[in-house]
Design a binder for this molecule. Structure first.
Ligand code: NCD
Ligand code: ZN
Ligand code: ZN
Ligand code: ZN
Length: 390
């Protein structure tokens, strides 16, 4: 088969370090099947499925189920993220070694079980991880500093009557965990960096030799707490949308490598969990099918990244951080390819109902965005073509 690619950009298949696929537990909002379709259509050839499922992915049975189901669907490699702690209370370290050596070969563990509240548990997880050569993903805010509903604590929240989550709730825990990672000589990955101060902390930690990597979401690159004025819970997300100066700093930090990569934090939610008052709504927004376009809008159109840079932040760096040898790099002659073809000049209009996810909670509804994924290939096989699967 011949793929016509005049004027298009050929990139290594995208790798998402942070996807919520909701299986097991909330198959009414997303399944490995529908999430894989959204990923392929978004240009992804590998995704890391977050551990905060129901039950939590804290043991080999669940992570192996997720891995096998992903292979059966066959649209994208689904790498399960293991939980650092057992269950949702997160008081006890999970058997990381069992998951790292199971069929799924878990490479990333997240503190989705909320062990973040306990520095000793985080220290032990980091120390354990060095022996396994896996990475610990730091995920949550300092819980004792977050008050009320998810809204950035600042002028806008105050004016609208929201109580907030201060930047310090994120920055203090990232600083703590960078120091613990340096102490343990462990690899730490910081999820969804959202504040200017966190970028400063990362620069400081990297400069003194900490093995820390970091991701930023498309929504934190583009959207700000200006959205609070809509009172629409589609804009409620963890961590909260911050200020315009935060977003500007995040774009610069992604361009200069202080932040390594873009991860979607794709978080599907049911209508009844979003279409309610702000305080009751669940945090999170869809991301897989809009990530490339938001990166094109915020980073390429602004001149902050060229397409070589896009390959770095959407594919190469996340593949390296997630220990994926077969992703994120140019192919050898004769090797089956993981590739994404993008039309950089084409535009499209986002319609939540038309996205492949079961859920439709996109904050970009009705927006016209640049950058269209025209083909995705997983190991040489077409998984998506012109907006359709297969
Ligand atoms: C995440 C989800 O929906 O699983 N939501 C989000 O806003 N990022 C969970 C979480 O990180 O709190
Ligand atoms: Zn979480
Ligand atoms: Zn999160
Ligand atoms: Zn998440």
């Amino acid at each position: 088969e011949v793929i016509e690619a005049n004027g298009q950009v050929l990139l290594p298949g995208f790798v998402d370090l942070h996807t919520h696929l909701r299986e097991p537990g909330r198959e009414d909002t997303e399944t490995i099947d529908t999430g894989s379709a959204a990923a392929a259509l978004g240009g992804y050839t590998a995704v890391f499925a977050m551990a905060n499922t129901d039950p939590v992915a804290d043991n080999a049975v669940i992570v192996d189920h997720v891995w096998r189901r992903g292979q059966e669907v066959g649209l994208v490699d689904v790498h399960p993220v293991g939980a650092v702690t057992v269950g949702l209370k997160g008081e006890k370290l999970a058997e990381l070694g069992t998951m790292a050596n199971s069929q799924a070969r878990v490479k990333v563990f997240s503190d989705d079980g909320l062990c973040v509240a306990d520095p000793l548990l985080m220290r032990r997880a980091l120390e354990y991880s060095t022996a396994l050569d896996v990475v610990i993903a730091q995920h949550a805010e300092e819980p004792r500093l977050t008050v009320g509903a998810q809204a950035h604590e600042g002028e806008r929240a105050a004016r609208l009557g929201y109580t907030g989550w201060p930047a310090a709730a994120e920055e203090s825990i990232v600083a703590r965990d960078c120091l613990l990672a340096l102490h343990a000589n462990a690899r730490l990955h910081v999820c969804h960096v959202s504040t200017s101060g966190t970028a400063d902390v990362l620069r400081w930690a990297k400069d003194r030799g900490t093995k820390v990597s970091a991701e930023v979401t498309p929504h934190h690159l583009l959207l700000t707490d200006e959205r609070l004025a809509t009172y629409d819970p589609v804009n409620k997300v963890n961590p909260p949308l911050r200020t315009e100066s935060d977003a500007e700093k995040l774009r610069a930090a992604l361009a200069d490598g202080t932040i390594d990569c873009v991860a979607t934090d794709h978080a599907p939610h049911a209508v009844q969990d979003k279409d309610t008052e702000w305080s009751a709504a669940r945090p999170g927004m869809l991301g897989l099918q809009t990530a490339l376009s938001i990166v094109a809008e915020t980073m390429v159109r602004t001149g902050l990244l060229d397409w070589r840079g896009v390959a770095r932040v959407l594919s190469e760096r996340p593949a390296e951080i997630g220990n994926l040898a077969d992703q994120g790099r140019p192919i050898e002659v004769g090797e089956p390819a993981n590739l994404t073809l993008v039309d950089p000049d084409a535009e499209w209009t986002v319609r939540g109902a038309e996205l492949a996810s079961i859920a439709a909670n996109t904050p970009y509804e009705g927006m016209r965005l640049p950058g269209v994924v025209t083909a995705t290939l997983l190991r040489g096989r077409i998984t998506a073509r012109d907006g359709k699967i297969g």
